[in-house]
Design a protein around this ligand. Sequence first.
Ligand code: NDP
Length: 297
Amino acid sequence: MPTAKLIDGKAFSAKVREGVAKDVTALKTNHGITPGLAVVIVGEDPASQVYVRNKVKQTAETGMNSFHFEMPADTSEDVLLAKVNELNADPAVNGILVQLPLPKHINEAAVIDAINPEKDVDGFHVINSGLLATGGKGMVPCTPLGCLLMLQDTLGDMSGKKAIVVGRSNIVGKPMAQLLLDANCTVTIAHSRTKDLAGEVAEADIVVAAVGRAEMVKGDWIKEGATVIDVGINRIDAPERGEGKSRLVGDVEFGAAAERAGAITPVPGGVGPMTIACLLKNTVTATCRQNNIDPDT
Ligand code: NDP
């Protein structure tokens, strides 16, 4: 029987989006500014298309301006860079997101580098990762920011807690570890060369799994009462649902982990919905900073 509290990312993200909508109204009413988010997608990757459609819809729902650019898969790097520069220069655009992955002939790092760091609402620009690492005020990547908000909502003060982040990617694992460190946790970062992953996880009060391997963090590794945030999204075969059917699972063995954890995010419905909500939140933050506005006014 699961005993863990379920951390409902769907409900929590709706609250975050409501807060964003209120901020957007205040920006319009008090300052005459409508935040604008530009999303650029190159090619026809079906998963990216679905994700971008959701972003565009949710951006409009908060009252922001949504600018959406679809470019063909054979777009050259120069043409994409020119589009980024055009958006950098456009005062109606406060946030720019170039959907990754890009087609192989385009250098992703060069494109991210070209985005004005103040408009980099994905928080991937090296200036923003540097600011995060040195305690400055940059843009924080959306998925780790969503995880942090859920952890703060569940645990309140995290000072002194032992946290483990499994995974060290630039977009999830590393910034997540940095945010936990800023929240005064004692942080371990595990990766594919970690010896005794089970032993490391068993020590942790907070477990964030961002690996991309279905249910690889086993339920019996989890310390009793720990808080578990599962970032992974993995599609696995589900013959029990019928021939050719599949389902989504996380990086954590949910059923067994829920019997030991104090609180846990489900997949789907946990971290996923928070990512877009944080993108919208970052767009408001970027708009306020670009206009020297205190976000509470
Ligand atoms: P990456 O593939 O970039 O990174 C995976 C990390 O996991 C690497 O650091 C790798 O270690 C580590 N790893 C791989 N195998 C093991 C292992 N056996 N033991 C310990 N560590 C291991 O993935 P991302 O960070 O981009 O994404 C991780 C997951 O999160 C994916 O499932 C992705 O779909 C999901 N995701 C979900 C989002 C959401 O909105 N919910 C947003 C972004 C990602 P090493 O560095 O040594 O290779």
